[in-house]
Design a protein around this ligand. Sequence first.
Ligand code: C2E
Ligand code: CA
Ligand code: CA
Ligand code: CA
Length: 279
Amino acid sequence: AKAAGRGTVEVFDEVLRRHLAERQELEAALDHALAAGELVLHYQPVLAAVSGSLSGYEALVRWQRPGHGLVGPDAFVPFAEQSGAITRIGAWVLREACHQLVEWTRAQPTTYGALRVAVNVSGRHLQDAVLLDDVRTALESSGLEPDRLVVEVTETVLVDVHEVGERLAAVRALGVRLSIDDFGTGYTSFGQLATLPADELKIDRSLVTAATPGRTDLLRLMVHAAHAFGLVVVAEGIEDADQLDLVRGVGCDLVQGYLLGRPAPADPLPWAPPRVVAG
Ligand code: C2E
Ligand code: CA
Ligand code: CA
Ligand code: CA
């Protein structure tokens, strides 16, 4: 039994070692990825729920990792958060998205001139004072009007609102819009909604998926509360026409999801999505 126990420990050791080695390799590769230009942004359209007109895009990062194909953020953002690389990646995403929207606007002012771009900012980046400089630099170097940039932070980073509240307020004071992402998955109370320095609430896909025509009370209540606090409400993860009807029915202002458009590379220009037929 003793021998078997030791063997188990050795196997466990080996697994840990390999795991650690893989992680170190990934972290080193990530550091290199930014400098090597391997990160790209894809853009997913955000539409007005009722009129179907284009409101803007959410920028979503991908890693063109040599030998691995196109790697999604879920596979590397958590590592970048651990290593701290997410702060530099975040600064790049902010700059890239702002410059891209300015470029589109120059090419087709009537189509793009009023659109916004939303960027995901990690909780780790939010804890770093450099975020303010990064947002300012992205705006100044691109010339993008501040209110055309939306900064998305997940609801989970707000657990300690007091700690991040001041930074959020400072970011917002630059004139950019602030959006609370993945709302409904964390612990923000309706009461806290009143004190959040936010402009927009993004209802998490899981709530959209869980809602049925007979069970919309929770969504209705959320939208109602958000509106009462002056927040614009976005429903994300809309995959079919029934879900679209449902979120329209409860009063969501903006919609986003595969039904309306999948994330796509900036080049060629993302198609202006067709107007959604009302009803
Ligand atoms: P998120 O911010 O909640 O972004 C929405 C995710 O849902 C995206 O996945 C998007 O492609 C996907 N999605 C959009 N519509 C639908 C739909 O109708 N159905 C389903 N099933 N999924 C849909 P993606 O691009 O893989 O991003 C995953 C997460 O990675 C994001 O979740 C965000 O938290 C994070 N992320 C993405 N880009 C960045 C970034 O530049 N910086 C940071 N810090 N995090 C990022
Ligand atoms: Ca987001
Ligand atoms: Ca989300
Ligand atoms: Ca998410």
